[in-house]
Design a protein around this ligand. Sequence first.
Ligand SMILES: Nc1ncnc2c1ncn2[C@@H]1O[C@H](COP(=O)(O)OP(=O)(O)O)[C@@H](O)[C@H]1O
Ligand SMILES: [Mg+2]
Length: 247
Amino acid sequence: MVFEDVTFRYRADLPPVHHGVSFTVPGGGLTAFVGPSGAGKTTVFGLIERFYEADGGRVLVDGQDVREWPLERLRAAIGYVEQDAPVLAGTLRENLVFAAPGATDAQIADVLARTRLEGLVERLPEGLGTPVGHRGSRLSGGERQRVAIARALLRGPRLLLLDEATSQLDAVNELALRETVAQAAETTTVLVVAHRLSTVTLADRIVVMDAGRVRAVGTHAELVAGDPLYGELAATQFLATTPDVRT
Ligand SMILES: Nc1ncnc2c1ncn2[C@@H]1O[C@H](COP(=O)(O)OP(=O)(O)O)[C@@H](O)[C@H]1O
Ligand SMILES: [Mg+2]
């Protein structure tokens, strides 16, 4: 997964959003994207999925320009969990197999374990057959997010893109999300737009974006020592909005 000097604007009459974005993500592991609101983080995901195409530079997935991938194959290779992870009307099971109708019970059980949703299934009166309601109103925010991750993982993606929700999580859901992300990164390449220090500290590498540029790449320790913006984000935004469960 490579961005090579990518420039991009949403419309000709709007200012550029990416001013030459470059980074390389090796296969496997967890890469976190952090930066102020409007930095262009979510746009990175839109360009990988080819919802939009770069005006200049290249986006490579598996070494191949996304414009050369057959769109269906590209999208099939990617699991994308958007920031406001949608849970649909219908049962929990229907929500999980929505994009993978051939999933077996064993595959569903595996993914429920990996996303720490087994307890939820036990608590629901009809288990997997329980209607979870329009937009998942029967689930907590943290559970909705993990249901969306479980749905994406059931498709066996090569690349998982996770745009973390900004809403606050209680300590139990925070830990469950952290474990889910860590485990997903053991088997697939995971890119996460991170809003929690607890996710960021897990990352193999962190890409710090600001105003449409990559300003630094490194580990948490390297960036705390070397990048003032990262230090500020880590000390205020992350810590202010989430409990610290690094221990
Ligand atoms: N669909 C869109 N049309 C026009 N402008 C957009 C669209 N999506 C995002 N933008 C603008 O692009 C910039 C970067 O947005 P985004 O990638 O969502 O940033 P981040 O995820 O880092 O907060 C912002 O100025 C935002 O307003
Ligand atoms: Mg965003």
